[in-house]
Design a protein around this ligand. Structure first.
Ligand SMILES: [Zn+2]
Ligand SMILES: [Zn+2]
Length: 110
């Protein structure tokens, strides 16, 4: 693979997020929505980049609140691995012991 020089945010899915799913939370800093692929709650920083650790903790608190409403306090875990879009900070909350939400077509396939 050649080195990509197209670093414009135009190419970033998260920068161009469309409201195709429900948004659970939204503020000047971040938003929490259902991931189109996993159907689990996902928090996305509005800035294209990676936040400082203490900032990250604040962002994750929004996700944890949404996830606890959906799966229960002990019913989820935070998956901070950015598989598809590594340079734009986001994190998933996934149901305990699973990867996709039962609503996803991919549920049980991982
Ligand atoms: Zn981005
Ligand atoms: Zn996802």
């Amino acid at each position: 693979m050649g080195r990509s020089v197209t670093e414009t945010d135009d190419a970033c899915l998260l920068c161009n997020a469309e409201r195709v799913t429900d948004w659970f939370h939204e503020d000047d800093d971040c938003w929490v929505a259902e991931c189109m692929v996993c159907r689990t709650p996902m928090v996305v920083w509005r800035t294209h980049g990676l936040p400082e650790p203490e900032h990250e903790a604040r962002l994750l608190a929004h996700l944890e609140r949404v996830a606890a409403e959906r799966y229960g306090d002990e019913g989820f875990y935070i998956d901070g691995e950015r598989r598809r879009i590594p340079d734009h900070w986001h994190a998933h909350a996934r149901p305990a012991g699973g990867f996709f939400d039962p609503a996803s077509e991919l549920y049980g396939t991982y």
